[in-house]
Design a protein around this ligand. Structure first.
Ligand code: RP5
Length: 165
């Protein structure tokens, strides 16, 4: 169970409230692994000072991973990475250019300030959350065994549903 006063280990930051729907799976996954997390709308271009302040404070509080979701000229993840050496997982949001603009903006970070980039939209959001759990699990044996158990459960469910005719 996530206690409300637990230190958020993962911070989900999105560029606009309009991104929220694509990120629901990320929130659900982190909750299912009982990972304390927070969720913020902070834009790299609309409120840059607030964003920088939040990243510094989050790191000071004990956040270990950032998930950054943005669409269009999606510089949010890169800007977050500029303010921290913690891992930043970038999720391109679907956009008027189907999210290809967001994907290319996030994935093409110049050498030296990396952002791990995931698939466009909901699948990417879910995978970023799982990846965040995997990062935390590197130093948490219990979490590692939960991840393994989930993989086995998914494989079993797939096997049980494999017969179509
Ligand atoms: C980006 O611009 C946001 O991440 C969002 O995906 C996109 C559109 O934002 P809104 O105009 O809906 O606020 O910064």
């Amino acid at each position: 169970m996530i206690s409300s006063d637990a230190v958020p280990l993962v911070s989900i930051v999105m560029g606009s409230r309009s991104d929220l729907e694509q990120l629901e799976s990320a929130r659900e996954l982190l909750t299912s692994y009982a990972i304390p997390h927070d969720v913020r709308v902070l834009s790299a271009h609309r409120n840059p000072e607030q964003l920088a302040c939040f990243i510094r404070e989050a790191e000071g509080r004990g956040t270990r991973v950032f998930i950054a979701a943005a669409g269009g000229a999606a510089h949010l993840a890169g800007v977050i990475a500029a303010h921290t050496t913690l891992p930043v997982l970038g999720v391109p949001m679907t956009s008027s250019l189907l999210g290809l603009d967001s994907l290319l903006s996030i994935v093409q970070m110049p050498r030296g300030v990396p952002v791990a980039t995931f698939a466009i939209g909901k699948a990417g959001a879910a995978n970023a959350a799982i990846f965040a759990v995997q990062i935390l699990a590197a130093s948490d044996a219990k979490l590692r065994s939960e991840l393994k158990r989930t993989r086995v459960e998914h494989a079993n469910a797939l096997a049980a549903a494999s017969r179509i005719a």
